[in-house]
Design a protein around this ligand. Sequence first.
Ligand code: PGA
Length: 251
Amino acid sequence: MRKKLIAGNWKMNQTKADGLALAKAVFEVASKEKGNFDVLICPGMNLLPLIAELPHEGVYLGAQDVSVAPKDFGAYTGDVSAAQLKDLGASHVIVGHSERRAMRHETDAIVKEKALNAIEKGLIPVVCVGETLEEREEGKALEIVCRQIRESVPSIATGENLVVAYEPVWAIGTGKVPSVQDVEEMHTAIREEIKSLLGESVASTMRILYGGSVKPSNAKELLGVANVDGALIGGASLKVEDFWGIAATQM
Ligand code: PGA
């Protein structure tokens, strides 16, 4: 049985004061209202080292990106290595988010390299995939996402060391969500693709999150879809009531 993962992607938000207050609020509610799911928050790099110093039992901490350089240290201005993230206390890192694929021109090859760097340092990459609206309208969504899976997931991936997040680009921050049928079709196709790449036992244990406009009002339905093993939450992770409102649908 795959344990669900409720993950927050805070993106480029918050000052120190706002971010620390939100983290404390999440830690407090998570310590009181335990459910049979894992909780992860991914604050910005301005906050991660500060938040990691707070007691956060039962909540995993992640970064939103990692260096593509396969080095712990070196002349890579602006980069943060997987080893440095691990040293801070992170356990996860988001890689290949569509905002980075689109705005920072990250290719599947780059995403795969980053995922590999993370795994080799003991961090769990949350590898994001997802089609654009145009690709969906052209009937290419499955083909595009399965290609992203094949080319972004490293061959050393297992159900324990890597998480996939399916995030249709057109659903991110828009309030639009795919139909339950479309989510089920895509998550099933992703699991099949993982199976043909890495085998049945990896495929059956790997968590595949859904992301894109998840809210307390739609979480129960989306997280109830076959092969959906949790959520990657952007906007709604910035308010503890909304983030925990989503988690609470799984209690
Ligand atoms: P959203 O973002 O929940 O605001 O749509 C999800 C994401 O980008 O991970």
